[in-house]
Ligand binder design. Structure first.
Ligand SMILES: C[S@@+](CC[C@H](N)C(=O)[O-])C[C@H]1O[C@@H](n2cnc3c(N)ncnc32)[C@H](O)[C@@H]1O
Length: 352
């Protein structure tokens, strides 16, 4: 079977690296990666890919230039081994059937639809229509814990991408001085403890006709978790954020996470290690004087109290904030977070 794991724009190379490490033998495709395998491969990908948003399985390909032809071929393709979809989406590029509404309407007419069924994704190119089903269900960044969110919360797959791009493995201390609800801290704890990100949730395909009787317990439990060997420290000046991160931490149940109330411009944490990775999604509202002050004073902290720490920050892609931070970044990854163009900026730290 053929699978496609899709992710957000800008994260494809990190997803590729993850899939290579999982030995999925992936190749880059627009919007993500493709790989082949069986339902166990599907479980492995859903369970372990930290930066993917969903995993699609290809049900088949149809060549059609007319509505009726598409209807007949998709009817023949759909046997009892596939579930009835619950929703439909389509794209069409250089196809005679260019109206995507016609494609979804014909697919629905031919196969039917059932509430709660998986999403069907039809991708047409030059009159060939690849028909996919979403095996994941809820997007994979919904990890199944930490459902309380703070304003500006980062999606889990972005938090994981920042850490993976910075080469974080858990073998060094981690500090997020603008931790909000703690998304980066929780992803760090998952990585540092060797826990698959999907360990707390199920995936849509597990109840489909063909894979439903299969035993995936080996994949679900086949990892050896460790206690993170270094502290994972979060700081936020808002009480509500500290409370949210504390709840997420206890839901996750991985030891080693410390959450404090405090200001990133002072960073007063007793026993703070002398080196590690500072990983943060910085505040980016309007660039008021208050926000300018945060960028310049936090930049100073990076140069004095956090001298020696590596740095990985998500910041808006603008010159003013970068100038205020006064950091040397060696890697810049352009991504879009909630529609805001931002950059994952990674540096070795000013003291190194
Ligand atoms: C963009 S949010 C971080 C969201 C977080 N990554 C998450 O996923 O929940 C920025 C956070 O920085 C905090 N913050 C703003 N200025 C701060 C400061 N000077 N010191 C500490 N925290 C600050 C805000 O309270 C907010 O929670």
């Amino acid at each position: 079977m053929e699978f496609v794991a899709v992710t957000d724009r800008g994260l494809e190379d990190i997803l590729l690296m993850e899939a290579e490490n999982l030995e999925l033998a992936p190749r880059r495709v627009p919007g993500g990666i493709a790989f082949t395998g069986d339902w166990h491969t599907c479980m492995k990908a859903n369970l372990n890919l930290r930066t993917a948003v969903r995993v699609l399985v290809k049900a088949g390909s149809i060549f059609a230039t007319k509505k009726r032809e598409f209807f007949n071929k998709i009817s023949r393709l759909w046997d009892d081994s596939w579930p009835v979809p619950g929703s439909f989406s389509a794209t069409s590029e250089a196809c005679k059937i260019y109206h995507t509404g016609i494609l979804t309407q014909q697919a629905k007419k031919a196969i039917g639809s059932e509430e709660g069924g998986p999403k069907m994704v039809i991708r047409g190119f030059k009159n060939t229509f690849d028909i996919y089903l979403d095996t994941s269900g809820d997007p994979l960044y919904k990890r199944g814990f930490g459902k309380l969110r703070v304003p500006g919360a980062l999606a889990e797959n972005f938090a994981a991408a920042l850490l993976l791009a910075a080469g974080y493995t858990g073998d060094e201390p981690l500090l997020d001085p603008f931790c909000g609800g703690g998304t980066i801290l929780m992803e760090a704890a998952l990585i540092a403890s060797g826990t698959p990100p999907g360990f707390r949730r199920s995936f849509a395909f597990e109840s489909w006709p063909e894979p439903s009787g299969m035993d995936f317990s080996g994949l679900r439990t086949g990892y050896t978790p460790r206690t993170p060997p270094h502290p994972i420290i979060g700081l936020d000046r808002e009480e509500e954020a500290v409370a949210t991160a504390t709840v997420a931490q206890s839901e996750l149940g991985i030891p080693g996470i410390q959450v404090y109330g405090g200001d990133a411009c002072s960073i007063r944490i007793a026993g703070l290690p002398r080196h590690g990775l500072v990983a943060s999604n910085m505040p980016y509202d309007r660039l008021t004087r208050g926000e300018q002050r945060i960028y310049s004073c936090f930049g100073e902290r990076l140069r004095d109290r956090l001298r020696g720490w590596r740095v990985a920050l998500i910041v808006p892609d603008d010159r003013v904030r970068m100038k205020l931070l006064r950091q040397k970044f060696t890697q810049r990854l352009k991504v879009s977070n909630h529609g805001i163009p931002v950059v994952m900026a990674i540096g070795s730290g000013t003291g190194n």
